[in-house]
Design a protein around this ligand. Sequence first.
Ligand code: B12
Length: 386
Amino acid sequence: MPETKTVDIRERKRRDNLTTFVKAESVAFGFDLCRITGPNSIPEAKERLGQFIDAGRHGSMEWMAETRERRGDPRVLWSDVRSIVVFGLNYGPDEDPRDVLGKKDKAAISVYARNRDYHDVIKGRLKEIATRFAARAGADVKVFVDTAPVMEKPLAAAAGLGWQGKHTNLLSREHGSWLFLGSMFTTAKLNIDRPETDHCGSCRACLDACPTAAFPAPYQMDARRCISYLSIEHKGAIDPEFRPLIGNRIYGCDDCLAACPWNKFASEASEMKLKAREDLKEPSIAFLLTLDDPTFRTFFSGSPVKRIGRDRFIRNVLIAAGNSGERSLIEQCRLLAFDASPVVRGMAVWALSRLMEAGEFGAFAAQRENESNEDVLNEWRLAGVS
Ligand code: B12
């Protein structure tokens, strides 16, 4: 047999072995999906990312614009990458997360944030897999979850984990819309999988479910209107247009995901799935309003919610309070109108303007202390007090 052919066969065997190895590792570490794509597999993503950023749809997420070159093309991020292994972890909830939306005294925390931070969980597992893989393959590896300039959804679609739905997230026939994604880039050559085709058809359930009309067109999102962006990424006051629409969603939003008919067919997730903390399934607004900085940090220790800090969090809870119609929350909102944080004071004014009778609010306004913060003064003006 000619020498080149022997080398080819050896190389092919090695590739098969490494591919089998990484997929077996993914199962051992509790991932529900693991498939592989190449670094050239998302040629259209760069341009679409550019359109999204040029239209300003990333809002204040400046890091998206700053990293656009690397984000849009895996080869710019790491020129030596030859294969990309994409992992999916099912985090489907045991109950319908929309049930809490109808409970006025309760707050809704999106499913992904009801337990430990998934970044830590997935990154920990990926690092273990990567270390073992690197030792076996003699190759370099890098692992990414969410925060790196990597377009995880198009890469997952190219690898065939599922397809990007009209809500722009990756969904699959086996797991519906509840999947976390993570990836391992490597210099090793692995066997590439086929992409999955789009199975959204004429369905527009996710588009119609969005409370804030954040989808300018199917498969496109304007993050500036998304409740997930407004409640997590956006700092400062939230535009009054969105406050009533936010309802009691205080951290993220699941409405587009929960509306997806493919969830019905979702198979059982791995036993290593994250289970929701009981006290984060439907916490009471009254309790959350009592959190100061230390109690907020303790209560949300290890949770992604901690990332936004107490003041932004209480801003969100005050919006839920203002939407609740619960007069029993007035006293707590009144105390928060004197909080050290301007964003909290401002949103307390808004909540009180909705919860109090007109005369009551007028009397409260007459007693207010000198306010010098322009944003808070603006809230008073919006509430009709100059
Ligand atoms: C920025 C970001 C956000 C932003 C913007 C969301 C967005 N859709 O871009 C905000 C804060 C709003 C957000 C919200 C959420 N996020 Co987020 N987010 C990201 C992040 C960091 C980058 C996403 C990105 O690159 N956006 C830029 C746009 C341009 O890219 P794109 O969405 O892929 O856009 C594509 C389509 O628009 C499509 N397209 C455009 N035009 C057309 C036309 C046609 C015809 C077609 C077919 C396609 C098409 O092409 C584009 C390029 O692929 C990723 C992690 C990562 N590093 O990838 C997590 C990520 C997307 N988020 C995730 C999650 C879980 C969420 C939330 C569910 C959290 C929550 N419950 O609140 C919501 C879901 C909201 C939603 N429907 O998107 C998961 C999604 C997992 C999955 N199965 O897809 C990710 C992958 C994190 C992770 N590692 O698991 N997120």
